[in-house]
Structure formats: C-alpha cells, structure tokens
Design a binder for this molecule. Structure first.
Ligand code: SF4
Ligand code: SF4
Length: 324
C-alpha cells in the first residue's frame, strides 16, 4: 500500500505542480510517507530532513521551478521523458514501447503528455500496484521505469532545487526500498533538543506525535524523564512543531547530541510526593505548570487515591485551612 501511494504521489509531484506542492514540505502527503520509509531507505531518511526545510511558495512560483527544470526553451535542465533521458531523443523507441505496455495492460493514458513522461510511468505503476499485479510492476520496472527513474531521482537530488531535490530523493527511494535493518544515519539530519529545559512542562505532546516512537517519558519512583532514542529519530521535526511551550528545537547533532544509538535524556524532573501517603504523583515540571494555571490549591499535591479524603476533610472543616 505504501508503495502504491508512493508511486501515486510521485506521479502527481512530477506532473504540472498540484496544489499541495505549494505548501511547506512537512505538509505534503509525501512527507508522512517519507517518514514511514525512513527506516528502510537512506534516501527516504535524507528526504525527511530535506522536506522539513521546504518553504511554502505560491503555486505560480512552484510552476516556474517546474518550467525551469523540466521544460525550458530548447533542451531543458532535466529530461523527464524516458526516451530523451536515456538517448537524448524525444519520441524515441521507448516512447512507443511504453505506449504498447499501457495498452497491453488495458490502460489508456489521458492528457497531453507523451506516454514515457515520468509522471505517467509512475501513475501506471501505481495502478498496477493497486491491482496487486506485482509481476507486471516488476516487468515494467525492468523494461522501463527502473531503468531511468532512479537516476532521474539522483539527478534531481543533485540539482540543488529546494523543492524537486527532496522529490528526487524519494523517487530514488521508491526503486531502492529494501526492507531490513535501519540504514546508517545520513549526515545532515537534525535531532530534537530542549534548549530551555525549565520551560518544558513534560506535557508529553511531542511523545504522542512522534511517528517512529523515538521519544518516550520514563518514570521512576523519584524522577520523570523525557528521552530520545537517537537511532529511531528520523529528524521529521513533528515534535518541534507540536511543542506549545516552544522549547523543543531541531538541531544538528554536531551542535547538540553526538551521533550514537541509545536513549538520551532531554528533560528530567523530580516527582512530587503525596503529603499523605508518600507515593510519587506527577513530575515537578507538570505540577508547577498546573499550579501556575490554577493557583496552587492545597489538594493538588495529593495523589489521586488520597485526594478525595483530603477534599472531604476540607469540606467537613469549613473555614479552617488544612495544609499539607
Ligand atoms: S518538549 Fe514541549 S511538547 Fe515535549 S514534553 Fe516538553 S513542553 Fe511538552
Ligand atoms: S523525535 Fe521528533 S524529529 Fe525525531 S522522529 Fe520523533 S517527532 Fe520526528
């Protein structure tokens, strides 16, 4: 399913720019796919980091990029037709062979593009993949798409274009996916750090949104710790964006955490002890945050088990202040 979606979205990305391409990279539907593939492919891992840097732009500006790269006057910077890419010839033998492959599969390409345009070959693969015709996908890759689209991806990645560079990385990833152990972390990936630890309330929102479970909150009897599994982080930046306190920031490892596997503590806070039973309750960070919001009522420090008794006692002694 992921492969079908990847073919489909890459087909859209390499056609005349669709509306979603005008958004920032982290809002593209391709972004979530890149994140889920980051542990299977180094190209996808690099794409995650590159997509996080793609800024929003008007669709007109995106179209200008498309034209500059793929259309141009005379010879474009990058050919997006199989025949031209492989042989420097538009309407070469590959063009007609691809057309025949479509017809043999009962597919009628629509639109004005030549059949061997990258977006049409990818759309065809998406259709075959959606129908579960894995052999047909394999055959078309051997005869056509797989012969040039991975190299087109590398060419785009090298182009330095902020928008089509990451698309190129994903295009390469689509043809080189090999499920297995996580690839070695590529250079340039950013990892989350908390610059102002006192500002982190240990709310856990960042943990909830992390697509790779690279963040967790560990509680011991005495301490609550927000931790990062460096090896699992793909640098997508979702944790940074969800942090309302704005204390989480993405940084390059050389400036923050060394590149290594294992868990790193990002924020530690002692736990508050219930004044009645002595059991640990919330972290001091959470306690201080809630206290600041609601004015530190006396019941706040009590654990959930002891709180009702404390409240009852308070009610039965009106006018008398009961302290911890
Ligand atoms: S880093 Fe931000 S989102 Fe994560 S626990 Fe701290 S305050 Fe919450
Ligand atoms: S820790 Fe943050 S940057 Fe790393 S994968 Fe999770 S959400 Fe993305």
């Amino acid at each position: 399913m992921i492969r079908t979606d990847l073919y489909h979205l890459l087909a859209e990305a390499l056609a005349e720019p669709p509306e979603w391409l005008a958004c920032a990279g982290h809002e593209w539907p391709l972004y979530d796919l890149a994140v889920s593939l980051a542990h299977e492919s180094e190209s996808a891992q690099r794409a995650v980091a590159a997509l996080a840097d793609v800024r929003a732009e008007s669709i007109v500006a995106r179209c200008r990029r498309y034209t500059a790269l793929f259309v141009g006057s005379g010879r474009p910077q990058v050919w997006v037709y199989e025949s031209a890419f492989l042989n420097g010839r538009i309407l070469g033998p590959e063009t007609f062979a691809v057309e025949r492959a479509y017809r043999a599969a009962g597919v009628e390409p629509i639109g004005a593009e030549l059949p061997d345009h990258a977006s049409l070959e990818l759309a065809f693969l998406a259709q075959l993949s959606d129908r579960g015709e894995d052999h047909a996908v394999q055959a078309f890759n051997q005869q056509h798409a797989g012969r040039w689209l991975p190299e087109l991806g590398r060419t785009l990645a090298r182009s330095g274009d902020e928008v089509y560079g990451p698309i190129g990385l994903l295009l390469t990833a689509a043809f080189t996916l090999t499920p297995g152990p996580a690839p070695r972390r590529s250079g340039g990936i950013r990892l989350p750090i908390i610059q102002s630890t006192a500002g982190c309330t240990l709310c856990g929102f960042c943990v909830q949104v992390c697509p790779t479970h690279a963040l967790n909150i560990r509680e011991t009897r005495t301490e609550t710790t927000l931790r990062l599994n460096v090896a699992a982080c793909v640098g997508c930046g979702k944790c940074e964006r969800v942090c309302e306190a704005q204390v989480m920031t993405m940084n390059h490892p050389a400036e923050s955490l060394e590149l290594a596997d294992g868990w790193r503590a990002l924020r530690e806070s002692p736990r508050v002890m219930c004044p009645s039973c002595g059991q640990p309750t919330v972290s001091r960070a959470e306690f201080d945050y809630v206290a600041a919001q609601i004015g530190q009522p006396a019941w706040l420090a009590y654990c959930l088990d002891c709180r009702p008794a404390f409240m009852e006692k308070s009610r039965s002694h009106p006018g008398r202040e009961i302290t911890q």
